[in-house]
Design a binder for this molecule. Structure first.
Ligand code: DC
Length: 225
């Protein structure tokens, strides 16, 4: 299990940027599990299914085929990499991901990808449910204000009409839903290295992670990173 690194945390904590770069530095592959939930949400939206409609969700899950091609994510032949990044799909993915049927279905897929090894896997339950046995677990966090500011900047760059206040509120709502749901809530455990990224640059976060990988005795195989 030494070659699986899990990175959990709330949205806006910098997980994706850090995980992608970390994987590149280590020569590892990178699995963005949020993108998988977003892909399901995209399909739910396309098919006009209510996220509370269990039967509808079941049909979608039976028919959905999610694959990765480098950085691209493909759903039943359609490249949805861009489509899944909107606020609407973010919101819907948070609702859809609270459904046990969805999590059960995606569990196997994530295990299979991760077990190939040499992977940075990032999400909300990667160190608690998907790879609880992984030895290299991190939890990235940041203040609501900082996470809101980062998200607001992204949304503005995409031309979205929103305010910082609304963006922070959306983040609070999403956090609340992701952390209080019954099924695999976002949770920090004692065996995760906690990093508050509020006042750190991406490089500083990466360097903290690299230091942990080198110094903790269980990470001896990372001596040459
Ligand atoms: O990280 P993200 O914003 O792309 O994730 C979108 C949603 O998917 C998030 O609100 C919660 C859900 N998610 C999850 O429940 N479990 C994961 N491992 C990853 C994401």
């Amino acid at each position: 299990m030494k070659d699986i690194i899990t990175i959990d945390g709330p949205s806006g904590a910098g997980k994706s940027t850090v995980s992608r770069l970390l994987a590149k530095r280590l020569g590892y592959s990178y699995l963005d599990t949020g993108a998988i939930y977003r892909a399901v949400a995209w399909k739910v939206n396309e098919e006009n299914i209510d996220p509370d409609d269990g039967e509808g969700l079941k049909k979608i899950l039976e028919a959905i085929n999610i694959t990765f091609n480098g950085d691209r994510i493909i759903v039943n032949g359609t490249d949805v990499s861009q489509h899944i990044r909107t606020s609407e799909i973010g919101e819907l993915s948070s609702k859809v991901s609270a459904k046990p049927i969805v999590r059960e279905h995606l569990y196997t897929m994530q295990r299979e990808i991760g077990l190939k090894g040499k992977v940075v896997i990032e999400g909300r339950d990667t160190g608690t449910v998907i790879f609880p046995e992984a030895e290299n677990k991190f939890f990235l966090d940041a203040s609501f204000e900082e996470r809101g500011r980062r998200r607001y900047k992204e949304l503005k760059a995409q031309g979205a009409e929103t305010t910082l206040k609304d963006t922070i509120n959306d983040i609070k709502n999403r956090d609340n839903r992701d952390s209080t749901r019954q099924s695999a809530p976002l949770k920090r455990t004692h065996d995760m290295v906690y990093i508050d990224t509020s006042s750190l640059t991406v490089e500083e976060v990466i360097s903290k992670i690299m230091d942990s990988l080198k110094t903790l005795t269980k990470f001896k195989s990372f001596g040459n990173v």
